[in-house]
Ligand binder design. Structure first.
Ligand code: ADP
Ligand code: MG
Length: 837
């Protein structure tokens, strides 16, 4: 005989699969000696069997429920349905392993009928008694019979009022008859007998597991259909029993801020659902009002015990009956991103949890949201929406609309925030795009120049806003017949494609008192990894140092040059001169480089404040060069070789060495991009050594990785450009590959091992490289979302990373979590911390 029914005190509190979260929570509270109304649970096996029997309860269940009811009766010295003691009322509560808010049902106050209502009223008064009874019928109608409870309430109002005014056998019978006949008229015959009602209610809760809305919810949240729900039948306590009664919800910590103080609401003289329904204004438990001091103290004591048990912040449902507090439910509290960080950091500091548990209590997504400046939801809903385009690059930016790239750059230099508004963008607009807080184009799709470049620059961008007629010559743009002059203030939401009128304020929550820095420190110590950042402008470099960067990398020389007006344009002319004539005069090549490169690099080196910086020389085969150089297709072939013309290489190196001499910077490394063989790196290293510079290479194609052994033996700095490497491995054109993660979106690259995001060829090559080269080799993740990929690279053995600046904190957290994942049984390549020793 299968045992489906269990006293809540006897179940295994860890087995929420079988008993559901509600029952195991009650069991844990019982073990701690906390005041919980007695209850029994019907397990999820019974739910599954009911499903298999097309909604009929399992054989023998009714008898088991009967025996459990008898025990409840004796425990509290009350009688269920018939008997001489005060009537026992129960709640019938659904409770699955995972909470599905609002999906499953609960019935309160089951157990009343015409034969025991008067006896019940002796304990509670007729007002409360009839109120409970009507409330039961409303819930029963709603949940078991699918009849509108409001119609029922209206239909029996006269009989209810009569029973309250003078509760007798006659008025009670009239009320019950009115309810039953109303339901019969609705086509839903209902039993008057509480025992039958209980069985029906249990069946209804089991059947609600298979309701359409519950199924949809589970599909959406990835919850398996065969989990089933348990049903808890619990002795009722009454928050509506009188002035010293009420019910409420308490959080052990503030779910909005995470601050460790009691938070919640208490509704005097109310049963639980009224708190949730928000019909009356409840008491704020955070306020230390003298009249609620006892309740607060008791809740605080229970909170402390429960937090120690659960090692997490909790939400607790409770009821007070005649001055006695009862706890009805406990579970980990839902919380905001800010609260998640605060709670994890505090619990760690309090010694309640260990570092890896703390890191697991916060998601990368939460961290990312906390550190990126955002328009507030309130500001967005209050703002006027001008138009909507294609969301091309996420982030929020606002400023005055400027329709010309040069004017945008000039205004930005003067300290104005600008939004670059163009019909489309082209390489000539790059300076303006760099200067703008956001980019808006009327034409083009998700792979347009504006979209691709904005994503590379981590700049909010909306493209293809086809309702906008941009007229740069007239310095106006027209939407819906309304003409807006240049200078009109706009706000751009690159995540939704929405364009708002006016300057919406952007704010980063003050992470200083959030504990985020502490948590990320824990992540760094746990992972032992270092995160560098690719900041290019002196301000961005200074900002990156403030965000805990271990160094600045990999930063392109041309990016560093964008700070000096026209420096990029002069450089491009110098390159074009060299392309047409290898013997072009030094005045057009070496001197331009000596002046501009030296000045730009010196400014960057000063901004690092002594932090190491790895600078990559321009690569003319790169998609970036193609966007910068108008006559790119006409470049002479010798410029496209990894080493390029020797005189150009020497000019770069001398200019950078000059900047190092000017600033006394201690750790500058120059990187050669696009290399295909170790011999190129060796030749480059000789030239770098001539001017006293440390050097290395950026690895961006599979060919160079086949020589990993030779390459790592040279001992230079190596950075893997994951984005470019993956693109090469797939043979995709740049425009179709915004991010590596997009390529690997739905459950990994085709052919990759389950749970991995890396292309299999890339994974094999990198696995070998890191075994040979150890922790010295860095991976440049810029352009990729680090989720998925960063932990996988960590498990391969990589310990040095660089990512987009916006993703720095997210990446540090993910690396801190990666060690925990490791024990989950993924492939593990041992790390050689000190290279190939
Ligand atoms: P949910 O899963 O939606 O949280 P519950 O089973 O927790 O549903 O029930 C909702 C509310 O009903 C509870 O918060 C509580 O206020 C009230 N309730 C449930 N059981 C009892 C009980 N035995 N005594 C008093 N109130 C109860
Ligand atoms: Mg609840």
């Amino acid at each position: 005989m299968t045992h489906f029914v269990h006293d809540v005190r006897s179940i295994d509190p860890a087995d929420s699969t079988r008993f559901g979260g509600k029952a195991t929570g009650l069991a844990r509270m019982n073990r701690l000696g906390l005041p919980v109304p007695p209850a029994f649970v019907i397990d999820t096996d019974a739910c599954r069997e009911t499903g298999e029997r097309k909604g009929r309860l399992p054989d023998g269940l009714a008898e088991q429920v009967g025996a459990a009811l008898a025990e409840l009766e004796n425990g509290v010295d009350r009688s269920f349905s018939v008997g001489t003691r005060i009537p026992l009322l129960v709640s019938v509560r659904s409770g699955a392993k995972v909470s599905m808010p609002g999906m499953m049902d609960t019935i309160l106050n089951l157990g009343l009928h015409r034969g025991n209502i008067a006896r019940f009223a002796m304990a509670t008064g007729s007002q409360v008694a009839v109120d409970c009874w009507l409330r039961f019928w409303a819930m029963y109608a709603d949940i078991v019979l699918d009849v509108d409870p409001e119609l029922l309430r209206e239909g029996v109002e006269a009989q209810r009022a009569a029973a309250v005014a003078d509760l007798s056998d006659t008025t009670a019978a009239a009320f019950e008859d009115a309810v039953l006949s109303f339901l019969e008229d609705e086509g839903a015959a209902a039993p008057a007998d509480p025992r039958t009602q209980l069985d029906e209610a249990i069946g209804a809760v089991f059947r609600s597991w298979d309701s359409r809305r519950a199924k949809t919810y589970r599909a959406h949240h990835g919850i398996p259909d065969d989990l089933g729900t348990a049903v808890v039948v619990q002795v009722m306590v009454f928050g509506n029993a009188g002035p010293d009664s009420g019910s409420g919800v308490a959080f052990t910590r503030d779910p909005k801020t995470g601050v460790a103080q009691l938070y919640g609401e208490y509704l005097p003289q109310g049963q639980g659902e009224e708190v949730v329904a928000g019909t009356r204004t409840p008491v704020d438990l955070a306020e230390e009002k003298p009249e609620w001091a006892d309740l607060r103290r008791e809740l605080l004591e229970h909170s402390a015990m429960l937090e120690a048990e659960y090692r997490d912040a909790l939400d607790i449902e409770f009821t007070v009956q005649d001055g006695t507090l009862y706890l009805l439910q406990v579970r980990p509290a839902k919380r905001t991103a800010a609260a998640a960080v605060r709670i994890a950091t505090d619990l760690l500091a309090e010694g309640t949890i260990d570092p890896s548990t703390a890191l697991g209590m916060v998601t990368a997504d939460q961290v990312r949201r906390l550190v990126s400046p955002q328009f507030s939801a309130a500001a967005m809903s209050a703002a006027a929406l001008l138009t909507t385009g294609i969301a091309a690059s996420p982030g929020h930016g606002s400023g005055q609309a400027v329709l010309d790239a040069d004017r945008a750059a000039t205004l930005a230099t003067e300290g104005h925030d600008v939004v670059l508004v163009r019909p489309t963008t082209s390489p000539q607009d790059l300076r303006g795009m760099l200067a703008a807080t956001a980019v808006l184009t009327a034409r083009g799709g998700a792979t347009s120049h504006a979209a691709v470049v904005s994503r590379a620059l981590d700049k909010p961008c909306v493209v293809g806003a086809s309702e906008v007629d941009v007229r740069p010559d007239e310095q106006v743009f027209i939407i819906d017949g309304v003409s807006y002059p240049e200078g009109t203030e706009l706000s751009v939401d690159g995540a939704t494609g929405k364009i708002y009128a006016g300057l919406l304020p952007r704010a980063i929550p003050d992470t200083a008192d959030l504990g985020l820095a502490d948590l990320l420190g824990v992540a760094d110590r746990t992972s032992g990894a270092t995160v560098w950042l690719p900041a290019a402008s002196p301000q961005a470099i200074a900002g990156a140092c403030g965000r805990g960067a271990s160094g600045i990398a990999v930063v392109g020389l041309t990016d560093l040059m964008a700070v000096v007006p026209d420096a990029v344009a002069r450089l491009v002319s110098a390159i074009e001169a060299l392309s047409t004539d290898p013997n072009a005069p030094a005045a057009t090549v070496e001197q331009v480089i000596a002046t501009d490169v030296r000045a730009c690099v010196a400014a960057a080196l000063t901004a690092t404040n002594g932090l190491p910086i790895d600078i990559r020389l321009p690569v003319f085969t790169s998609p970036r060069a193609r966007q910068l150089i108008d006559e790119w297709a006409g470049l002479a072939p010798h410029l496209l070789l990894p080493l390029g013309p020797r005189r150009l290489l020497v000019a770069w190196l001398e200019a950078i060495a000059g900047a190092v001499a000017d600033t006394g910077h201690p750790a500058t490394t120059v990187l050669l991009g696009g290399v295909t063989s170790p011999s190129e790196v060796a030749a480059f290293a000789e030239l770098a050594a001539d001017v006293g510079l440390a050097c290395g290479a950026v690895l961006s194609n599979p060919t160079i990785l086949f020589d990993a052994e030779l390459l790592t033996r040279q001992g230079h700095t190596l950075w893997v450009d994951l984005h470019e490497l993956t693109r090469c491995a797939h043979g995709y054109p740049e425009e179709l590959l915004f991010t590596v993660s997009e390529l690997t979106a739905a459950g990994g690259t085709e052919g990759a091992a389950p749970g991995t995001a890396l292309n299999p060829l890339v994974r094999d090559l990198l696995g070998e490289l890191v075994v040979l080269g150890g922790g010295r080799i860095g991976v440049d993740l810029a352009g990729a979302s680090p989720a998925g990929i960063a932990p996988e690279l960590y498990r391969l053995g990589f310990r040095t990373f660089t990512a987009s600046i916006a993703g720095a904190e997210e990446l540090r957290l993910l690396l801190g979590q990666a060690i925990t994942d490791e024990s989950g049984g993924s492939v593990h390549v041992p790390v050689k911390e000190t290279g190939n020793g």
